[in-house]
Design a protein around this ligand. Structure first.
Ligand code: NAP
Length: 323
């Protein structure tokens, strides 16, 4: 099956490919690799590319997208590109210029999707994570509803075809949905989601509001010390996942990706390895049974890999047990 055909209709009428390519790599990976792997991903059939200001690779990702357009492989409208508004730009007056600065790096006229990266505002300025003289992160006080109104203006201006959020819990989503004068609902909420943290309650809530849940770290994260405890269990080595992989003659990674698609979740898969990039589009070549799905549901243990300590103490801390 042609993976480019598999798309979900968003609540604003636009379409999102259900398989996305994750582009984050840690700083030690040479920036040019992002360009190479995005080209490989497009060649393999990925049409949805996920990045963010934070990832410091938009220049390279933009180059890759434009080069695949220039060589005739794809048209701009075939590609679904997501960027994200970093926490130091949540003040409404900073939102559009933050998006314009991403577009300038990308050398694109619009992004398909612009997300509020986290529901936590940090002090505006040059530093991505501003800290005081004692090393304590400096928060900012911003009304997220005002940020959302600025996001709506970016959609009106045609700079973002769709707008959404990331790392929001139900309460934070409801705050936006109940905002007086809301003009556009978030089309999606991008959150950590995999068999150990299957987000079933948040998924039900999102479905009830016609908001797509987009799963990140669906393969159990890159296991970077910066973001997580390295003693945590390795998802792709889970015996149940491995047994299902054996049964279907597919890798545990493909089972984890397929699981999300069959429960109506859009799934991101990061790989900087050519063979695994090609492998991941095979997610459309097989199906799990309803029994397999039940078994995978049974792996849930509400275990979150990514916990960013610098948000700790904030009332909108995105990694609490609140769903
Ligand atoms: N909104 C947010 O706050 C947020 C947070 C985290 C991530 N994200 C987005 O979600 C994307 C994906 O999440 P993630 O970066 O945590 O990684 P992930 O998709 O969970 O992947 C984890 C690791 O799996 C490996 N892998 C990929 N395909 C495989 C396969 N077929 N078999 C075995 N291993 C495989 C990759 O290693 P190799 O590269 O060596 O193949 C990768 O490092 C990110 O890149 C980013 O775009 C968003």
């Amino acid at each position: 099956m042609d993976p480019t055909c598999q798309r979900v209709k968003l609540n604003d009428g636009n379409f999102m490919p259900v398989l996305g390519f994750g582009t984050y790599a840690p700083p030690e990976v040479p920036r040019n690799r992002a360009m190479e792997v995005v080209k490989l991903a497009i060649e393999a059939g990925f049409r949805h590319i996920d990045s963010a200001h934070l990832y410091n690779n938009e220049e390279q990702v933009g180059l890759a997208i434009r080069s695949k357009i220039a060589d005739g492989s794809v048209k701009r409208e075939d590609i679904f590109y997501t960027s994200k508004l970093w926490c130091t730009f949540l003040r409404p007056e900073l939102v559009q210029s933050a998006l314009e600065s991403s577009l300038k790096k990308l050398q694109l006229d619009y992004v398909d999707l612009y997300l509020i990266h986290f529901p936590v505002a940090l002090k505006p300025g040059e530093d991505l994570i501003p800290k005081d003289e004692n090393g304590k992160v400096i928060f900012d006080t911003v009304d997220l509803c005002a940020t959302w109104e600025a996001m709506e203006k970016c959609k009106d201006a045609g700079l973002a075809k769709s707008i959404g959020v990331s790392n929001f819990n139900r309460r934070q989503l409801e705050m936006i949905l109940n905002k007086p004068g809301l003009r556009y609902k978030p089309v999606c909420n991008q959150v950590e989601c995999h068999p150990y943290l299957n987000q079933s309650k948040l998924l039900d809530f999102c479905k009830s509001k016609d908001i797509v849940l987009v799963a990140y770290s669906a393969l159990g994260t890159q296991r970077l010390e910066l973001w997580m405890d390295l003693n945590s269990p390795v998802l792709l080595e889970d015996p149940v996942l491995c047994a299902l992989a054996k049964k279907h003659k597919r890798s545990p990674a493909l089972i984890a990706l397929r699981y999300q698609l069959q429960r109506g979740v859009v799934v991101l898969a990061k790989s900087y390895n050519e063979q695994r990039i090609r492998e991941n589009v095979q997610v459309f070549e097989f199906q799990l049974t309803s029994e397999d799905m039940k078994v995978l549901d049974g792996l849930n243990r509400n275990f979150r890999y990514i916990v960013l300590d610098f948000f700790a103490g904030h009332p909108d801390y995105p990694f609490s047990d609140e769903y």
